[in-house]
Design a protein around this ligand. Structure first.
Ligand code: COA
Length: 353
């Protein structure tokens, strides 16, 4: 006798995407007028041509709200919620998860709560994720977990938003040329789409990993409970990003390679079945090195680092939004997102669009 066990497999679809980057675009040439660098060095060592930098009044939540609103507008415009206005859709959100390394305030309140208020998402819970540049990967899986665990929870915004320009040492040319500001958002929803077969949709599998032994290689030392501010402090070190570039580079190549291999193996997929690999946009050379190790075609990897530089937790949702708006994603496409960053953290999501 054959026994068939039918599991209740929930699926989580990305219904819409959005992004927001500051208008001010700073090219490598402009940077080279202020610090000792050149377009040639930055381009050949990183694949970066420009970054967008926020004005002094803009904080991470401001960019996060714009990206979120952009995603909600897409959801309404593309007919997924034809009967609702954007405000009404915001009102139906059950959860807002914000991945950021550069919150508006350290400690509290969370940037997610500030965004929840600005969106008028009165029915949503809100919390931040601290996983640096892997934050979106961690955030998407957390959102799926919360949607599947909570009865009556259906709809969640996952946002990555960063103002890195305020935490960069502009005198450290090995670091400051790498980063930019920006935000990306996705609207995730619990759906009835099947988990198997040609009609399957949603988040197939996520891997979340960490190596805290490397925590010193990418760190903001000042401002937390280890090195709190006190009145009258003379700064021993500033509240800025410090990075061991070589160590992070080696870790990143290893992390990207490991996650891609393990995700494909776990879901018994080949690279040919992937439509896109969307890596965290930190350095095009990291992606090139991983591509070579894996023996994959370069065209599988989507890169937009030339325009935005490294926007940390925002880089993957910005990339997804670009692909989506430019019509490069079709229903049923399989996309592998892979992230790595401070912590050290790394991980990946396999998504069926
Ligand atoms: N412009 C011009 N020269 C620069 C420079 C810049 N912006 N930054 C560094 N240099 C110089 C160095 O001073 C060094 O000069 P020297 O040989 O005279 O001492 C030379 O370029 C080589 O420096 P090096 O650090 O060896 O370069 P690299 O090829 O290893 O590239 C990074 C440096 C930072 C681009 C690379 O290590 C990297 O990308 N690491 C990962 C960083 C990252 O992705 N962080 C975020 C992860 S989420």
């Amino acid at each position: 006798m054959n026994i068939v066990i039918i599991g209740v497999a929930l699926t989580f679809e990305i219904k819409a995407t959005g992004r927001a980057v500051p208008q001010r675009r700073v090219s490598n040439e402009e940077l080279a007028q202020k610090i000792d660098t050149s377009d040639e060095w930055i381009w050949s060592h990183t694949g970066i041509k420009a970054r967008h930098i926020a004005d002094a009044e803009t904080a991470s939540s401001d960019l996060g709200v714009k990206a979120a609103w952009n995603a909600l507008e897409m959801a309404v415009e593309r007919g997924a919620y034809a009967e609702k206005t954007v405000e009404e859709l915001a009102f139906t959100l059950d959860m807002i998860i914000v991945a950021t390394t550069t919150p508006d305030f350290y400690g509290c309140p969370s940037t997610a709560c500030l965004i929840q208020n600005k969106l008028g998402a009165k029915n949503a819970g809100a919390m931040d994720i601290s996983a640096a540049c892997s934050g979106f990967i961690y955030g998407l899986e957390t959102a799926a977990g919360l949607l599947s665990a909570g009865k009556g929870r259906k709809r969640c915004l996952v946002i990555g938003c960063e103002i890195l320009s305020r935490f960069i040492d502009w005198n450290d040319r090995g670091t400051c040329v790498l980063f930019g500001d920006g935000a990306g958002a996705v609207l995730l929803e619990k759906t009835d789409a099947p988990r198997e077969g040609a009609e399957r949709r949603g988040l197939l599998r996520t891997l979340l990993r960490a190596d805290g032994a490397g925590s010193k290689n990418l760190i903001i030392k000042k401002g937390g409970s280890r090195n709190a501010y006190r009145a009258g402090d003379v700064f021993e070190f500033a509240p800025l990003i410090e990075m061991n570039g070589h160590a992070v580079y080696n870790f990143a190549v290893h992390a990207v390679t490991e996650i891609i291999k393990d995700l494909l193996e776990a879901e018994r997929l080949t690279v040919d079945e992937l439509r896109w690999i969307v890596p965290h946009q930190a350095n095009a050379r990291i992606v090139q090195a991983a591509t070579k190790r894996l023996g994959f075609p370069r065209e599988k990897f989507f890169l937009n680092i030339d325009e935005y530089a490294n926007t940390s937790a925002a880089s993957i949702p910005i990339a997804l939004d670009e692909l989506n708006r430019e019509g490069h994603l079709k229903k049923g496409d399989i996309i592998l997102c892979v992230g790595f960053g401070a912590g050290l953290t790394y991980g990946g999501n396999l998504i069926v669009w």
